[in-house]
Design a protein around this ligand. Sequence first.
Ligand code: HDD
Length: 730
Amino acid sequence: MTTSKSPSKSKQQSDSSSPALDNALHEIQPGSGRVDHAEEQRDNGGETHQQIKPGADHGDGTAHLTDNFGHRISDNQNSLKAGARGPSLLEDFVLREKIFHFDHERIPERIVHARGSGAHGVFEVTEAIPELTKAELFQKKGNSCPLFVRFSTVAGSKGSKDTPRDVRGFAVKFYTETGNWDLVGNNMAPFFIQDAIKFPDLIHSVKPEADRGYPQAASAHDTFWDFISLMPESMHMIMWAMSDRALPRSLRMMEGFGVHTFRFVNAEGKGTFVKFHWKPKLGMQSTTWDEAVKISGADPDYHRRDLHDAIDAGDFPEWELGIQTFDEQWAAKQPYDVLDATKLIPEEEIPVRIIGKMTLNRNPDNFFAETEQAAFLPTNVIPGIDFSNDPLLQGRLFSYLDTQKSRLGTTNFHQIPINAPKCPMHNFQRDGLMQTMVPTGRANYEPNSLAEADEDGGPRECPETGFSTFEENAERNDPTEKVRARGELFADHFSQARMFYLSQTDNEQAHIASAIVFELSKVTLPHVRERVVAQLRNIDADLAKRIADGLAIDLPEAAKPARKPVDLGQSDALSIQKNVKDILEGRQVGILFAEGSDRKTIDALKKSIEAKGGTAMLIAPKIGGIKLDGGTLEADGQLAGTPSVLLDAVALVLTREAAEKLTTDSAAVDFVCDAWAHLKAIGHDDGARHLLDHCHVPVEAGGVSEADGSFVDNAALRFFDREPDVRDLA
Ligand code: HDD
């Protein structure tokens, strides 16, 4: 590679626990092919691309500053002028090139999922599944490959915040030895619509409204809910989008889903349906809505920073890859269609079988070159993995390749290093805008017989090992019939929405209800609000009533469902709170101190937080150094710039005098009141009680404790029992 590694704290290189992981950090080095971009140019271009080495730096390793064509620049501070106070001269090629390049730095943002954060990593197979798929990757336990992940929000622009209520994209590019495999999923199992033909409508409705250009990164507006109210198929996904799943605490703490039913194909040609799942090692965590709103002001890059910092610190985020597999016969017996992307398969029906592990272990060196230019394509599958007839997936197979041309500007976007495969790539495609490969020889067509004249005839097709499409059993379809229609069971829009809602804990249900009331309260069209509530009546009568009460409207008649919903019971796997992991890893615990605070308490807290895998953050009114017994202590964050919304739990270690002084500092008062309202663990010493009293925090309440070991135990949790004390859960 020609890029240089950034000097981040590199527990990254040395601490990987498995040799497979270490190996996969290196690029795949296949005998015959290109390895990386630079290598490729050498392969193809020969001498023309060689670097001229002598005198390339100042002698101390510092490179010469040059223009884009290698001319050394003598002065990067002043443009060329006719006299020191005269006009700039057109002949200043240094100035013109610099401004010209700058003027064209931006490329169109992604039409959806514009805001995203990426990371490099490795995938390791933990259980081989040759009986299910012939995919080379999954043939042996321990097989591994490098990968790149991009997480994203959906509706907001590139520069929008990280914490809107939104679905999160979860796109993984596996660079396997048999080509790239892109698993382009979300952090929610179902999707809003069933057929790709509705995707432009869905996205138009949620994006800023056409005439006024707002709201940014928000679904709480007329056009989104107008569309939704007319699309009952979206009701299941609406339950997910209004749930705490849409407010992840960290990108490291969310599940991922391939959403569609895909197909594995084994060496005998047998097909098995498969759904893909990502399970985070840290478990799932969410913020509250009020917290998410405040985080977006305090740190719009909250998730991006968290991901970057964790990787930089060597706390490599991990997910397990799981699968649910089933055959046509099983699928045919279900009360839903497995080809319908608005449906999921309950984990209680088919448990998720873990087959691999993803570890993110390297931050991108350059945001634009890697994260921004990454192009994911659901069409990127490897032999052994195939598509299903899901009509949403089928539309995606066209859309992604197409969109890259308008975003990255060229059909050669596959040559950008982040997109290029790391296995050999040879074909007869030629030319095009920004062609960077320099193919040699005459063979740019096939078949050819140039080899007979001792010339390089180029690559040949691989009937045995190449991708061959699964031979579908057409029993359930008549492929000769052209119809614009959907499978019969696609018409059940409510059964799984109801299952999701009923599977939540009481306060998770309350969060869904509050979210819908919030969103619909931003809707200005009364008939839209009513139509949504009419749809909700088919999910749960109590939910619909709560929403109608919350909006202060009469309960409308239920909308007539296209197909009568069936009772699917509950699935505990759908609830975050029922599955929460009581661990401190990945959590950020704040310790607020001020002049005179007890150093021993601070040190002991910090030690036990770190011993449990959490991060301790010292916060004080001033950052540079606070006087304590036995010296001064520097803070990691200044109080006003580090509100408690950025922390998972807070300890207050204060003298009575300091606590009293802080009662007149709104940053300190908000720090405590928000930690209380956001249901966080609060630890305190005697002196700090004064500040708690001022903020009406009852010291006997759940999660409020002495700033000792009990606080550190509490810090892994949120105290939902307190919720009725801080907000209306009607
Ligand atoms: Fe999509 C981007 C996920 C349906 C069309 N989509 C995009 C990304 C993710 C998803 C994670 C961002 C990739 C990245 O980080 O670069 N999309 C999904 C999921 C869907 C889905 C899980 C349903 C199951 N998408 C979907 C449909 C269409 C698209 C039905 C069009 C017919 N999606 C696109 C796109 C994007 C995209 C316009 C924008 C940027 C890009 O592709 O590369 O083509």
